[in-house]
Design a binder for this molecule. Structure first.
Ligand code: GAP
Length: 510
């Protein structure tokens, strides 16, 4: 089968109720998407798994949930008001507007992220690049700030301007002192936040990949300014294999190299903290069913780095449109805390018990992940067309599957069997997201459930009426076992948590 494109995925998501184009009845709204009944379940599962793994199961990370609109000074201090800009190419004739760096990358295969407007103008002129729609010359490039502006308070003209946050990150710095004091954290520690972010992207594209409203899951991970080289948890991930693509490899036109973290550290390819966080993040994905071969870790080139970053590595995924950033992991040093100290006049340093001195911690890693891009990764790696079954099987990890159990009466015209299926559904629905389905043949219902990623099918039949047992069907293998109704809940729980093998959970049906 030919590789699934991003357009195919958008069509599949719409057809099955995962994601719809926003306000489609009005012709759609570029850069905005609505999640449907299955999409919202999958998205919530992704966010919950992220929160469990990064916050609830760690002693060194706590969470916050800051507001979307915040004091405008926050964005002045962070540098977003001045520097959160892209360069736009505008066509005077057909009014097409496109992002200069993407356009040049596409046309010339040259990375110009971070280049100044004058440099971009000269590249455009030198290479005689024209508007892709009408072939006219572009106007001179313009800088464009990506933050959405709004007013606060009832009087529009007198209100101070405010912004919809372009990242969740800054609140972790603005609330830093409050969080550290209440949570009694000791370095190294992190503050996590998940929520919406907004960017007025010049050219949103590739379905959910680049939109104007999206969600992020971010951590600011702080270390002592004199202990930025040593990661105390490095042994936990030392054997993880990553596909490394350092700045040097890119400059020398070399290919990425797969190696274990311990070898990369020996070769001084990467810092301990970056190795730790990149591995931790890739492991989070692969533990939830994503395929390791679709990931690589790429270091930013000097000119690509954001204004605040000392070193940045991206966790990249092999999307159908190429290797692209899934998650950025920047070393932001003490840039943000110091900026907020400067702009607010407040002391955000903390007291170091060892040296008895005040210190400003360094953000040695800011793992910053898009929920919507993660959604795409899990969908692409789960999607399989099964030739024998002649339908798509969405092999999502059971913890991510939007529906855990589909409950079906084998036939819908036998009242007792239907009644039993309803009883089973009522038994399970408070614990697992279940779906009762009695329309069409049982084969059709299984196919529908496979396409929606439903992990298990539970069918009541004539034997159920005799011995209170049901058939449980595994989505990925179509294997079936027979199991007693009173064992269902516990068995399903264990199967979802991978504590029990399916074949051992009941009597195999031949
Ligand atoms: N606080 C750092 C920060 O926001 P970023 O690289 O600009 O860094 C982090 O964004 C992540 O947010 C990206 O790796 C991506 O997953 C997601 N993201 C950024 N812009 C996005 C957009 N327009 N649409 C969807 N996801 C986006």
């Amino acid at each position: 089968m030919t590789k699934l494109t991003i357009e195919d995925m958008a069509i599949f998501c719409k057809k099955k109720g995962f994601v719809y184009p926003n306000s489609e009845i009005y012709g759609g709204f570029s850069g905005f998407w609505d999640y449907g009944h299955l999409g919202v379940e999958l998205k919530n599962n992704i966010k919950n798994e992220w929160w469990k793994y990064h916050v609830q199961s760690r002693e060194d990370i706590v969470g916050i949930d800051g507001s979307i609109i915040t004091h405008p000074k926050v964005w002045e201090a962070s540098g977003h008001v001045e520097s959160f800009q892209d360069i736009m190419l505008a066509c005077p004739k057909c009014k097409e507007k496109i992002r200069a760096d993407h356009f040049i990358q596409e046309k010339l295969q040259v990375n110009v992220e971070g280049h100044k407007a004058e440099e971009i103008n000269s590249i455009i002129k030198k290479n005689k690049l024209k508007c892709p729609k009408c072939s006219s010359d572009f106007e001179d490039t313009q800088q464009f700030n990506l933050m959405f502006k709004t007013n606060v308070g009832p009087k529009e003209d007198k209100s101070p301007i405010a912004y919809l946050r372009p990242e969740t990150a800054q609140l972790m710095f603005a609330d830093f002192k409050l969080v550290v004091d209440n949570a009694r954290l000791k370095l190294p520690f992190g503050i996590a936040q998940a929520g919406r972010a907004f960017r007025n992207e010049i050219s949103p594209r590739d379905f959910l990949f680049r939109s104007r409203e999206f969600e992020q899951m971010e951590i600011e991970y702080f270390a002592h300014p004199e202990q930025t080289n040593k990661c105390p948890f490095i042994n936990e991930i030392i054997d993880t294999e990553l596909n490394f693509y350092s700045a040097e490899m890119q400059q020398k036109n070399k290919k990425p190299v797969k190696m274990e973290v311990k070898d990369a550290l020996n070769q001084r390819l990467i810092s301990e903290w970056h190795a730790y966080w990149l591995s931790t993040e890739q492991n989070w994905f692969t533990n939830l069913g994503a395929k390791a071969e679709n990931f690589r870790v790429r270091q930013h080139l000097r000119e690509e780095k954001s204004h605040y970053a000392l070193d940045t590595w991206d966790l990249e995924y092999n999307f159908p449109f190429g290797w692209k950033e899934l998650q950025g992991i920047a070393n932001r040093t003490d840039f943000d805390l110091k900026q907020h100290m400067k702009f607010s006049g407040k002391d955000l340093s903390i007291f170091d018990e060892e040296t008895k001195k005040k210190i400003v911690p360094h953000v040695i890693a800011e793992p910053s992940l898009g929920v919507d891009r993660s959604f795409l990764v899990f969908m692409f790696d789960a999607y399989e067309y099964d030739k024998k079954r002649e339908n798509v099987v969405l092999k999502l990890h059971p913890k991510l599957a939007p529906v855990k159990v589909g409950v079906f009466p084998l036939v819908s015209n036998k009242l007792e069997i239907v009644k039993k299926a309803r009883e089973v559904y009522d038994l399970l629905k408070n614990e697992f997201n279940c779906r009762y389905d009695c329309s069409g043949s049982i084969g059709r219902r299984y196919a529908r459930a496979d396409e929606e990623g439903t992990f298990l099918g539970c069918t009541t039949d004539f034997d159920t009426l005799k011995d209170e047992s049901v058939t449980l069907r595994h989505r990925d293998t179509t294997e079936q076992i027979r199991i007693k109704i009173d064992e269902l809940k516990e068995t399903i729980r264990k199967l979802i948590n991978n504590e029990l093998k399916f074949e051992e959970a009941g009597k195999l049906v031949k």
